[in-house]
Write a protein that binds this ligand. Structure first.
Ligand code: PMP
Length: 442
């Protein structure tokens, strides 16, 4: 008789989750694939009574749904046999040309041959890491940095070394110092990962002078730059800055995405890479997923061809600007002394720093009980840093909800401050949350 080890009568661990019968069989790299300990709280945070400043979901309800419906019908009627067929692992050539037009808005001149379509830019992060990183190799990344990039690098057993940032982006001296120290220690550094525009989670943008210096340093040390730019076109003030890739085509792999300028539901992103690297990425993509969704690519291509998408992005920017302004004004008006935060010129995120002695992760259960959620800063570091930080997203809630969310958050911070002043310490850390359904952490 064969017994399915996954049946429900299995023993349970003390935490109540099932004991994994395959625990001894996993590859070493699976050890780096762990759920965040605040996951359970995020499952609660998606309840309607909670103002979530946690998730980074674009507000897709602002899209022209009827028109997208017409485009879907047209693609099926006119190109159905191709749209429902396998395609290539590099992606639809027509869409790749259109992607070059999109990138030209940030100063990039590129050939469609060097573009590879990916399943969101997330897959591009995975493919680049797969192609470059052996266990123990170093990946340099800003501190803090995008949580799912950390997870990807960790899944390939990279050693993530952070480089500090300030309001103008990464500190070039610190980057050079890290590269030199790692070389002296005989470590192999594979690339420097950066989100130069409206960074996730810090909201800051690398200024023009720093872009030049970062490129000069990386070039001198023969170090590849991985430029991840999903938010670049979502600018609410000031002048756009040229992409790093625009200045250094041979030293940069550039990642883009339609997730924020159109919709994450199509899962269309891309990588633009020097030709030799691009060929490797295509082979890696082929083994990961054989071919892309021809249908999704054609729908996005038809949308770009027939819809005034630049106007659509402008409309998004007006909506997000209003939300950013609501958040910054509410923080300015209500936050207690000793709390600081960044002032993003675009994107989705504000990065706040709590007064001394407070811990954003420990404070989260109280925040959720007060019906407000955020992402504690610790998730955005590969090290044990970020305890006093939190990421506040303004992309999804309305301005009204944002004001209410900040009001609740201020109450929580004040209560924690009182606790600290009375007992010398604020709330203890939350207990690990097991494998509850994941938060929306993009
Ligand atoms: N990079 C960054 C910095 C992000 O914030 C995100 C998601 N929000 C991604 C990559 C992945 O986005 P997608 O796969 O939807 O293109």
């Amino acid at each position: 008789m064969s017994v399915d080890p996954r049946e429900s009568h299995q023993p349970r661990s003390p935490q109540g989750s099932r004991i994994d019968p395959y625990v001894g069989a996993y590859a070493a790299r699976a050890a780096g694939m762990v759920a965040s300990e605040v996951r359970a709280l995020f499952a609660v945070a998606s309840r309607p009574e909670i103002v979530s400043l946690a998730g980074g979901m674009p507000n897709v309800s602002a899209l022209p749904m009827e028109e997208i419906g017409d485009i879907v019908r047209r693609v099926l009627a006119e190109r159905g046999a191709m749209a429902l067929q396998y395609g290539s692992a590099q992606g639809d050539p027509v869409l790749r040309e259109q992607i070059c037009d999109v990138m030209s808005l940030e100063g990039i001149t590129a050939s469609a041959d060097d573009v590879i379509v990916t399943v969101g830019s997330q897959q591009a992060l995975d493919l680049v890491t797969r192609v470059f990183v052996d266990p123990g190799d170093v990946v340099l990344a800003e501190a803090p940095t995008y949580v799912t990039a950390i997870n990807t690098f960790a899944a390939f057993q990279a050693d993530i070394v952070h480089v500090p940032m300030d309001e103008d982006g990464v500190l070039p001296e610190a980057l050079e110092e890290r590269i030199t120290a790692l070389a002296a220690a005989g470590r192999r550094v594979k690339f420097f990962y950066t989100v130069p525009n409206f960074q996730n989670p810090a909201g800051v943008t690398m200024n023009a002078e720093r872009r030049g210096r970062v490129l000069e340093i990386c070039r001198r040390h023969n170090l590849l730059v991985l430029e991840d730019n999903p938010y670049g076109l979502l600018r609410y003030e000031g002048e756009p800055l040229p992409a790093l890739r625009a200045e250094a085509p041979d030293n940069v792999i550039y990642l883009g995405s339609f997730s924020k300028t159109l919709s994450p539901g199509f899962r269309i992103g891309w990588a633009l890479a020097p030709s030799s690297v691009r060929a490797k990425l295509v082979l890696a993509a082929e083994s990961a997923m054989l071919s892309h969704s021809s249908f999704n690519q054609m729908v996005v291509g038809a949308y770009l061809a027939s819809h005034p998408w630049r106007e659509q992005v402008k409309g998004f920017n007006e909506m997000y600007r209003e939300r950013r302004d609501a958040m910054l004004a509410a923080l300015e008006a209500m936050m207690p002394a000793g709390t600081t935060w960044t002032r993003p010129a675009g994107g989705f995120f504000v990065w706040a720093t709590l007064p001394e002695g407070l811990d954003a992760k420990s404070m989260l259960p109280r925040a959720v009980s007060q019906r407000v959620a955020y992402v504690p800063g610790t998730g955005f570091y590969a090290t044990d840093d970020g305890h006093r930080n939190m990421r506040l997203s303004f992309c999804y809630p309305t301005p009204e909800q944002i004001r209410e969310g900040v009001r609740r958050l201020v109450g929580v911070i004040e209560a924690e401050t009182k606790l600290r002043d009375t007992f010398g310490t604020a709330s203890p850390p939350p207990t690990p949350g097991g494998d509850a359904p994941g938060p929306d952490l993009p």
